[in-house]
Every structure is written in C-alpha cells, then in structure tokens.
Design a protein around this ligand. Structure first.
Ligand code: ACO
Length: 180
C-alpha cells in the first residue's frame, strides 16, 4: 500500500481582494471566500490522492473577522485525515493589510473530499504518514469529529420533535407555535 506525507498535500493560495468580490456593505462576500476554500480543498485532495475529487461535506465555517477590499487573502490547506476514499482537508484563511502588514485570522474549516476514478467510482487514496505531534493532533481531532457527526446524525434520526416534551422545550425560544 502506498503512503504519503501531509507535506505532499500542502497548498498555499494568495489572492488580492478586488471591489468585484465585495458585498453591499463593502466587505468581501462570504460566498467568494467559500468558493476559494472549495478550490484549495480540491487542489490539496487531488494533489495528494492523484485523483479528481468531489466535495462530500463542509464543516462549520465561522467568519471571525471581515475582509476588506485591497487586502491580501492567503489560504493554507493540507490533508489532516484519510479514510479509504475520503480525505479531510483542513483550511486556514488569513487576510493581510498590505500597508500596515497586520494579519487577521478570518476562518478555519474542514472539507471532506472523496477521490473518484475515471468511471466515477470512489477510489482508494494513499495512507497518511504522520511526521510530527501536530499532525497526530489534527488526525485525532478528525477521528473525534467523525464520531461526533455520527452521534449527531443518530440523535436527529431518533429524536421525536412532535412529542409534547419537545414542543414544550421550545417555549424559551423566540418563536410562536402555530402548527395547523
Ligand atoms: C451538490 C453539489 O454539487 S456539491 C459540490 C460538489 N460535490 C459533489 O458533486 C458531490 C456529490 N455527492 C456525491 O457524489 C456522493 O454523495 C459522494 C461521492 C460524496 C459519496 O458517495 P457515496 O455513494 O456515499 O460513496 P461511498 O459510500 O462509497 O463513500 C465514499 C466515502 O465518502 C465518505 N462520505 C460520504 N458522504 C459523506 C459526507 N456527507 N460527509 C463525510 N464523508 C462522507 C464515506 O464515509 C466514504 O469514506 P471512506 O471511503 O474514506 O470510508
């Protein structure tokens, strides 16, 4: 079986934010940043696996700081976890004010990518060589994340949202129940 290092999956992408990337309030559109994140996740997973990949899922993306027009946005990505055909790519986005040199952390997220062969079937990816404790920490976090996601999906399947108890539990929220 083939193995590859995390280093072989690393990609860095820098782009200057143009007025055409902004929203109505003059800040950079979140959707544009998501699109760049999807691109770098694809590049990292495809470079690592040697197959074209598809995005299977995107973890929570919290926009920590707004990005201004004229700032230099840098995305860094690497494969943190591999299964049989899936890879979890960790992405960090920073923006830099070119005049002051001040760097802001804008968001970090995790994209699950699945390798596909020429027939469109999921393809086996190389195993991952963990070369330092930081890589071990990231791999463990992914295992934890996968297990929490399974637990959450199971809870959603078995939870009776129509029960009296569930409906009563909504009383403290900013809603009015008008179920017909
Ligand atoms: C709608 C869009 O255009 S989204 C943007 C682009 N993305 C796409 O087009 C992808 C559309 N989705 C798909 O093609 C399929 O649902 C796939 C490839 C993601 C999964 O297909 P499946 O038939 O479920 O594949 P399969 O059961 O073989 O699973 C393949 C791997 O994906 C993983 N996987 C599947 N769905 C998910 C998910 N939602 N989240 C995380 N991992 C997933 C599986 O755990 C498995 O991992 P492993 O091989 O490492 O054990």
């Amino acid at each position: 079986m083939e193995f590859k290092t995390v280093k072989e999956s690393k990609i860095i992408l820098s782009e200057l934010m143009l007025p055409s990337h902004s929203n109505f309030s003059g800040k950079i559109h979140g959707g544009y940043i998501l699109s760049l994140m999807d691109q770098i996740a694809f590049a990292s997973a495809s470079k690592y696996s040697g197959f074209y990949c598809v995005t299977a899922s995107v973890d929570t993306v919290d926009f920590l700081n707004p990005i201004e027009i004229g700032e230099l946005v840098t995305l860094k990505a690497s494969v943190n976890y591999v299964g049989r055909s899936s890879m979890i790519v960790g992405i960090r986005v920073d923006s830099e004010n070119i005049q002051t040199g001040k760097i802001k952390h804008c968001n970090s997220s995790y994209f699950t990518m699945v390798a596909k062969d020429n027939e469109g079937n999921s393809a086996t990816v190389p195993g991952l060589i963990l070369s330092n404790y930081e890589e071990v920490r990231r791999f463990y976090n992914c295992i934890k994340h996968i297990s929490l996601k399974k637990h959450k999906n199971h809870h959603e399947e078995v939870f009776d949202y129509k029960s009296d108890e569930a409906l009563k539990g909504l009383e403290k929220y900013n809603i009015k129940l008008e179920i017909k």
